[in-house]
Design a protein around this ligand. Structure first.
Ligand code: GLC
Length: 340
C-alpha cells in the first residue's frame, strides 16, 4: 500500500513537473500567440549588418534585460544570413554565426522575451530570386533544423520586406516552399510572413497563403515616408529635401494612419489571420516631438486593432535607447509603452 502511495506520489510530482515545464504558448491559437507577442522592439543594425558591429551595433546581454525591464514583450531579431553562408551547395551557414544567433535567442528567453528571428537583407536573392532559390531554401532548412527544439516563444520570419525582383507571384511560390521545409522539422511553430513591396499594407491582397493555422501576417509602416525617412541616406538623395518635416498629430494625419490600418485589419478579418506590425519608426533626423507623437499614434492605432507590433529600432538611427548616455529616450519609450 505504502509502495503504491509512493508510486502515485511520484507520478503526481512528475505530472506537476511536466505541466509546469510545458511551454507557455504551445497549444494556443495564433491569435492568442499574437496577443502574447504584444509590444516589441527590433534589435536592428546588429546582425542584419554585413558583419555585426559594422553598422555600429554590437548586441549585449544587457540590452535584453533593459528591453524586458522597460516593459516590452518581445524582440525581433533581424539576421543577415547571406554574408555567413557559403555561395555553393550545400550552402553551409557558418557555425560561429549560428552560435551568435543561439546566444541572442538564449538571452531573449532568459529575460522572458519572445523573439522573432528573421532573414534580412539577402541582397543576391532580391536581385536574382530564381538563381538564389536553392540557396535561400537551403538556409531555411538549416535554420529550421537548428531551432527545431526551441520553445514556441521563438518565431521564424521567412523574409523581411520582399522587394526588387521578388514579385508577388514569386514570393507566394517561394514562401510556400520555404514553409514546407520549415514544417518538416517545426510542425506548429509560429511563422511570420508579409506581402511584397517592403511588406506594404497595400500589397496584402497579393499575398496567397497556404492553409496553415500557425501563420502570422506582418506589415511595416513608415507613412508619411517623407516624414519618417527625412535625411535617411538610404532613402535616396531627395530625402535631404524632406528635412524639417513635422508631424503634429492633426485629425487629418491621424485619420491617414487609421485608414491604412483599417485596410490591414479588414484583410486580416477576411482571411482570418492576425496582424503583426513588425516595423514602424521615424528616423532621428526628424524632431523628437514629432517622432514621439507619430510613434504614440501608430502604436496606439495598432494596439486598438489587436495588432502586435515592434518598433524599428532599439539603439541605432531610429533608436528608442541611447547607447552612449545609456538611457532610454523617454518621449519615445513613453510613446511606445503607454497603454491605450
Ligand atoms: C527596413 C530595412 C532597414 C531599414 C528600415 C528603415 O527594415 O531593412 O535596413 O533601416 O527598413 O528604413
Amino acid at each position: 500500500m505504502i509502495r503504491l502511495l509512493r508510486l502515485l506520489c511520484c507520478l503526481c510530482s512528475l505530472c506537476f513537473f511536466l505541466l509546469t515545464m510545458a511551454p507557455a504558448h504551445a497549444a494556443e491559437s495564433i491569435f492568442q500567440y499574437n496577443q502574447h507577442l504584444g509590444r516589441g522592439i527590433n534589435l536592428g543594425n546588429a546582425l542584419d549588418a554585413p558583419k555585426e558591429s559594422e553598422w555600429g551595433v554590437t548586441l549585449q546581454a544587457d540590452y535584453f534585460r533593459l528591453i524586458k525591464e522597460a516593459g516590452f514583450d518581445h524582440v525581433r531579431l533581424p539576421v543577415r544570413w547571406e554574408t555567413h553562408c557559403a555561395g555553393t551547395a550545400p550552402y553551409t551557414i557558418d557555425p560561429a554565426f549560428f552560435e551568435r544567433v543561439d546566444w541572442a535567442i538564449a538571452e531573449a528567453r532568459r529575460n522572458q522575451l519572445m523573439i522573432v528571428v528573421n532573414m534580412h537583407h539577402h541582397e543576391a536573392f532580391e536581385k536574382d530570386p530564381d538563381g538564389q532559390k536553392e540557396r535561400f531554401l537551403a538556409m531555411w532548412r538549416q535554420i529550421a533544423e537548428r531551432y527545431r527544439e526551441a520553445p514556441p516563444e521563438v518565431a521564424f520570419e521567412i523574409y523581411n520586406e520582399p522587394s526588387k525582383n521578388i514579385d508577388a507571384q514569386k514570393w507566394n511560390d517561394f514562401f510556400g516552399e520555404a514553409l514546407k521545409i520549415v514544417r518538416r522539422t517545426n510542425h506548429d511553430r509560429c511563422v511570420v510572413v508579409g506581402p511584397v513591396q517592403w511588406n506594404s499594407i497595400d500589397q496584402l491582397p497579393s499575398l496567397e497563403l497556404p492553409a496553415d493555422p500557425q501563420l502570422l501576417v506582418t506589415v511595416h509602416y513608415y507613412q508619411p515616408f517623407h516624414f519618417t525617412h527625412q535625411g535617411a541616406s538610404w532613402a535616396g538623395p531627395e530625402s535631404t529635401k524632406w528635412l524639417g518635416t513635422k508631424w503634429t498629430g492633426s485629425p487629418t494625419e491621424i485619420a491617414a494612419i487609421a485608414a491604412d490600418f483599417a485596410k490591414a485589419a479588414a484583410w486580416g478579418e477576411a482571411h482570418h489571420r492576425p496582424i503583426y506590425l513588425g516595423e514602424f519608426g521615424a528616423f532621428s533626423k526628424a524632431d523628437i516631438d514629432s517622432r514621439a507623437l507619430w510613434t504614440a499614434a501608430v502604436s496606439r492605432q495598432a494596439a486598438a486593432r489587436g495588432f502586435s507590433s515592434a518598433y524599428w529600432e532599439f539603439c541605432s538611427g531610429f533608436g528608442a535607447y541611447d547607447p552612449e548616455a545609456k538611457e532610454w529616450r523617454k518621449p519615445l519609450l513613453d510613446a511606445l509603452l503607454r497603454r491605450k
